[in-house]
Design a protein around this ligand. Structure first.
Ligand code: UDX
Length: 440
């Protein structure tokens, strides 16, 4: 099938590469010539395991190409995927200007039937706006050409995006007409394993499904973070509680890990956008409002713990911080809890040496060249001269550290672990103080 993908961000690039991998002929469009140049030279502008080799392989096979030409991209695909950014507006609602602009470009240049696929996470009702934008452009041109607009939300996780796309739990297709539906079905048929994974519904339900999934997952995390804070004061251990409740199949083990709050490109933004959509329609989502408040507070949990350990005075203290990315296996720093923690430390007069296997460059870009923040080339190097060690992202390489080495390097033998990486008894066996989330 001939497919065009508009936007080469995480979602667009992964979608393009994976659809090409299945034998489709894919052309990816981006307005940013820098990105297209990187891609055409065989590189990728983001870090995502497995993606670069897949892109290279499909470019070499002639199934995947990149362009900055809107005309070429509209002419290419029967299926036109919109996978552009939907950054939050000042009021938290999703900014749809790039989505609408992409739709207008399609309307301006299309010469035959197209299926326009909303892949970006967009509020309920966006497909109508896309449909309308194309209709206006066609009317302007005075031509009448058939087209369909469908919703096909993406559920991939950063760090596991390629695998998520190639082996999906489900493919949600929201379509209001048979012609588009049958093309979409054919497209996704090869991705099904063993049993049917395509779930078909109307466009609005598909749009809401995406937000509902992320809001539910965010709710579980905030709920566990609240319980963890309670467990600490009650003298219970949240890790026991987590296993105890996760064993109930109605609850399940996934997304029950307490920590320093959720971050990333989806949860914070999508929770806000759903609240916004609801309030615009006169509905107050009480649970979701609390989910967001709890998450904002949880990002300060480590700072509160440090205040406790250092009698409320962090002035002149120096901390080693392991992990900057909002989660492992990505260099993404969007809404990362580490940013709140680092800024909080600086405000309190402390300094930081941070280590992250991949995200240092992104952190530097976002934090700027601030005084008081340095970056180390290894976890152990970060410890030099530090009063204590803070763990913010659960990278695998932190799982079995050199505990005696940590103890020797720190001025005060204290680990504050925001991701509950270790068995407390084991750490204390090395005569290190260990303060984790929701643990005794
Ligand atoms: C998420 C959804 O999982 C995915 O389906 C959707 O398409 C996009 O948003 P992503 O943002 O890549 O994916 O990361 P995810 O692995 O879901 O983690 C989100 C955040 O929640 C991270 O900050 C993570 O540390 C945190 N988290 C996750 C917890 O604090 N506890 C958990 O139990 C799980």
């Amino acid at each position: 099938m001939k497919i065009s993908i508009i936007g080469t961000g995480y979602v667009g690039l992964v979608t393009g590469a994976c659809l090409a991998e299945m034998g489709n002929n894919v052309l990816c469009l981006d307005v940013d010539p820098r990105k297209i140049e990187i891609l055409n030279n065989g590189g990728i502008p983001i870090y995502e395991p497995g993606l670069e080799v897949m892109v290279k392989r499909n470019v070499a096979a002639g199934r995947l190409a990149f362009t900055t030409s809107v005309e070429a991209s509209v002419a290419h695909g029967t299926l036109q995927f919109i996978a552009v950014g939907t950054p939050p507006d000042e009021d938290g609602s999703a900014d749809l200007q790039y989505v609408v602009a992409a739709a207008r470009n399609i309307g301006r240049h299309m010469a035959e039937y197209k299926v326009v696929v909303d892949k970006s996470t967009v509020p309920v009702g966006t497909a109508d706006r896309v449909r309308e934008a194309i209709r206006e452009e066609l009317a302007q041109r005075g031509v009448q050409i058939d087209y369909s607009v469908v919703s096909n939300p993406e559920f991939l996780k950063e760090g596991a995006a390629v695998d998520d796309f190639m082996r999906p739990d489900r493919v949600v297709i929201g379509a209001d007409d048979e012609r588009a539906l049958s093309l979409m079905r054919n497209l996704y048929q090869p991705f099904q394993r063993n049993h049917e994974r395509i779930i078909i519904m109307d466009v609005r339900s598909a749009e809401l499904t995406k937000y509902a999934a992320n809001a539910m997952l965010a709710t579980r995390i905030s709920f566990m973070n609240e319980l963890a804070n309670l467990a600490e004061v009650m003298g219970a251990d949240i890790e026991h509680v987590r296993k105890g409740i996760g064993s109930d199949p109605r609850i399940g083990y996934h997304f029950l890990y307490p920590g320093v709050g959720y971050g990333g490109s989806c949860f914070p933004k999508d929770v806000q956008a759903l609240q916004r959509t609801a309030s615009e329609n006169g509905i107050n989502l009480h649970v979701l409002n609390a989910v967001e408040r709890v998450n904002d507070a949880q990002k300060f949990r480590m700072l509160q713990k440090l205040d406790k350990h250092f009698d409320g005075d962090l002035q002149g203290r120096h901390f080693a911080l392991w992990g900057l990315a909002f989660k492992p296996n990505t260099d993404d720093m969007r809404d990362a809890p580490s940013l709140v923690i680092i800024r909080g430390l600086l405000e309190r007069g402390a300094t930081v040496t941070a280590y992250d296997p991949i995200a240092v460059h992104e952190a530097q870009r976002i934090l700027g060249n601030v005084e008081g923040v340095r970056y180390a080339s290894s976890p152990m190097n970060a410890l030099e001269g530090a009063d204590a060690l803070l763990i913010v992202t659960e990278w695998k390489e932190f799982r079995s550290p050199d505990f005696p080495g940590i103890k020797a390097a720190l001025k005060r033998p204290l680990i504050v672990d925001g991701r509950n990486m270790y068995d407390p008894a084991l750490v204390r066996g090395f005569e290190l103080e260990y303060d984790a989330i929701g643990r005794k």
